[in-house]
Design a protein around this ligand. Structure first.
Ligand SMILES: [Zn+2]
Length: 254
């Protein structure tokens, strides 16, 4: 048998040109400043190993902070006025990159494809992309769930971002099928260079770190504090409570 030979082409960025024009950075910084100088309209705690929901008006700024220690979280977003429209992590990944940076937008599912929120501040932005290709705040993974846990370990479990989100959204009459692929905040992930396998690292985020985004439409949001905590132990291992922490969520209105 002859080895088949393939011609190797140079990669081309698929969506580079149109997207780079979509965020006016000065306008974005101004919107952030006006929101923070405005009114703090809501604060809530997402306790460790659980999920909570909240709503935002268009133009509101959401700050999510680590108030006790390192912790990763999974965020879901819906259009408050039409919950069929929700966050589309796959298209957001294609339009921007596998890990979101300040000024990137979070896009909604088809047929809507509208910006739902704009990422406006990240205290961890200096982390960048490490030598393994690891970076923060990915739109790669899905969310930890008890079905995959059972597939791998053979054991039943209740305790995952998916199940926390499923329970939290019941108060808004949303169902399990409404939980969708997430924005994976504060988590450090990438793909191995030799086998393209998904990897994670302990989160470099610490007490005091925060991210902020501005709502581009009226939003319903749900955030889970992952039972993997700071992800310093490999998935499947028992994670003690001491490695898990709550989030503080603050909503500012210009
Ligand atoms: Zn999780």
């Amino acid at each position: 048998m002859m080895d088949r030979k393939f011609q190797k082409f140079q990669p081309k960025i698929c969506y580079d040109i149109p997207i780079s024009f979509l965020t006016d950075k000065d306008e974005c910084d101004g919107n952030r400043r006006r929101a923070i100088e405005g009114k703090l309209v809501q604060t809530l705690i997402v306790p460790k190993k659980s999920a909570r929901t909240w709503t935002m008006q268009r133009g509101d700024l959401c700050r999510i902070s680590l108030i006790e220690g390192s912790q990763v979280g999974d965020l879901n977003l819906w259009n408050l006025d039409n919950t069929h429209e929700h966050f589309y992590s796959g298209k957001t990944r294609q339009l921007h990159s596998s890990h979101l940076k300040v000024y990137d937008k979070l896009w909604s599912c088809l047929p809507y494809l509208q910006p739902m929120a704009t990422f406006v501040y990240d205290s961890l932005s200096d982390y960048g992309i490490d030598s393994d290709g690891g970076s923060l705040h990915d739109v790669i993974g899905t969310r930890c769930d008890d079905y995959t846990y059972k597939l791998i370990t053979g054991k039943e479990r209740f305790g995952s971002c998916h199940s926390y989100l499923r329970e939290a959204i019941k108060e808004h009459n949303l169902k399990e099928a409404d939980v969708h692929d997430v924005w994976n905040i504060f988590m450090c992930t990438g793909f191995t260079k030799d086998t393209n396998q998904y990897f994670c690292k302990p989160s470099p985020a610490q007490k005091g770190d925060s991210i902020e985004f501005i709502a581009e439409m009226n939003l319903l949001l749900a955030l889970s504090a992952c039972p993997q905590g700071d992800v310093s132990l490999q998935v499947g291992q028992f994670v003690p409570d001491s490695l898990c922490h709550p989030f503080l969520v603050e909503i500012y209105r210009p």
